[in-house]
Design a protein around this ligand. Structure first.
Ligand SMILES: C[S@@+](CC[C@H](N)C(=O)[O-])C[C@H]1O[C@@H](n2cnc3c(N)ncnc32)[C@H](O)[C@@H]1O
Ligand code: SF4
Ligand code: SF4
Length: 365
């Protein structure tokens, strides 16, 4: 395929939110929905709606679709985009007739990123009701935007059954994926003898992993490449301050349990970095070195009052001085802090935190 702008994902991938909004992948602009998943319809009908057909047509005409701006922007900065990564992954298939039409007769799913529920047990302050039903009441009391639906969930795993064994990558988040029956059911459908797949979870890792169904399913998928990304944002004090409702000691206990019982799992600490946890992040990083795990940082860009580029300059300077040239993880934070921001936003974030926490205590404590 000689088309420089081509992306395979609209032919082989689906990403949904718990409210049913569909996208070709998680990088696609979240403000440009490709329609709502109709659970009464087949997968083939859902992914052959007008929006997806138009998107595929744009790629067939070697154009850069508007919804894909993040990939093309990253590439213009020399960053390896999801488009490049995924095209590479499927390059042996790209010349086939399957990718020549905008309508898909016999769909294949290679990459499934279906977030089918916003059921969650936590109220992380930077998150939203879209991902945690528990934040809904807090937002309502604070007169913040909600779409008036607290619990979002759909069940589509039966319609996906014919495709499950062909999927190469599952990305499972939520809500909290370990609380989502749909996710557990999809994994339960995997044929014992299916080829090796990549299964990526992003989890708050607070759920008791010894609970039989979850434990049995994790055991069942053990032979695959399981990548478990554990959201942990700071030491006990900071994690519990940000990830309201979480118990740091239980998370560490779960990590040790996973290390012992699932030695083949790739465990990654996946902190979400924002104005509330960045200052002492170095101490947290050093504290967990004994676990000998990988790290992958996730930076808050929205809401912007938690984005670390908006820290006051003196605080930025002191963090940069403390973190620079210590190790590649802290260097990523130093790099991020070098962009200019708006320090007025920082105070807005602190005020929001206090309001959010007050509501949380009133509702849940
Ligand atoms: C929405 S959660 C869903 C999965 C699971 N409940 C968890 O927390 O890992 C997925 C990831 O998004 C992160 N996250 C939450 N709010 C965010 C924000 N405003 N910006 C960037 N990442 C955010 C979470 O910390 C978590 O690592
Ligand atoms: S170009 Fe990027 S955003 Fe668009 S479908 Fe491909 S991976 Fe997703
Ligand atoms: S655990 Fe995940 S989904 Fe739940 S509130 Fe926190 S970030 Fe959001």
């Amino acid at each position: 395929m000689n088309q420089n702008n081509f992306c395979a994902l609209p032919w082989v991938s689906i990403h949904t939110w718990a409210n049913g909004n569909m996208f070709p992948c998680c990088k696609s602009d979240p403000m440009i929905s490709f329609g709502k998943l109709d659970t009464s319809k087949s997968y083939k009908d859902n992914i052959n709606n007008k929006s997806f057909i138009n998107l595929r047509q744009e790629f067939l005409e070697n154009r850069q679709p508007k919804s894909c701006w993040k990939c093309f922007e990253e590439e213009s900065k020399g960053i390896r985009s999801m488009r490049i990564d995924q095209n590479n992954y499927y390059k042996e298939y790209l010349e086939s007739d399957y990718f020549k039409n905008n309508y898909i007769q016999k769909p294949k799913i290679f990459y499934l990123d279906m977030r089918s529920s916003n059921k969650c047990n936590l109220c992380c302050v930077m998150c939203s009701p879209e991902f945690s039903h528990k934040i809904y009441d807090i937002y309502r009391n604070l007169d913040m935007y909600t779409d008036n639906i607290q619990f979002k969930s759909f069940s589509y795993y039966e319609q996906l059954q014919p495709y499950v064994n062909e999927i190469k990558t599952f990305y499972l988040a939520g809500g909290e994926p370990f609380l989502d029956e749909n996710i557990l059911n999809i994994l339960d459908m995997l044929d014992e003898n299916s080829e090796i797949k990549t299964i990526i979870f992003t989890t708050n890792c607070t759920i008791d992993l010894n609970k039989s169904k979850l434990f049995d399913i994790l055991k069942k998928i053990e032979k695959h490449n399981v990548n478990l990304r554990i959201s942990l944002d700071g030491n006990k004090e900071y994690n519990e301050k940000i990830r309201l409702g979480s118990d740091y000691d239980q998370i560490i206990k779960n990590i040790l349990f996973l290390k012992e019982n699932f030695p083949n799992f790739d465990l990654v600490i996946n902190p979400t970095i924002g104005t509330l946890n960045v200052e002492h992040f170095n101490l947290f990083y050093n504290e967990l070195l004994y676990l000998n795990l990988k790290w992958d940082l996730n930076f808050i860009q929205f809401p912007d009052y938690f984005n670390i580029i908006n820290l006051p300059q003196d605080l930025k300077d002191s963090i940069i001085n403390k973190f620079k040239n210590q190790n590649p993880i802290l260097d990523q934070i130093v790099y991020f802090l070098q962009s200019n921001g708006n320090p007025l936003k920082y105070n807005e974030g602190l005020e929001f935190y206090n309001k959010f926490y007050k509501e949380y205590v009133e509702i849940y404590k």
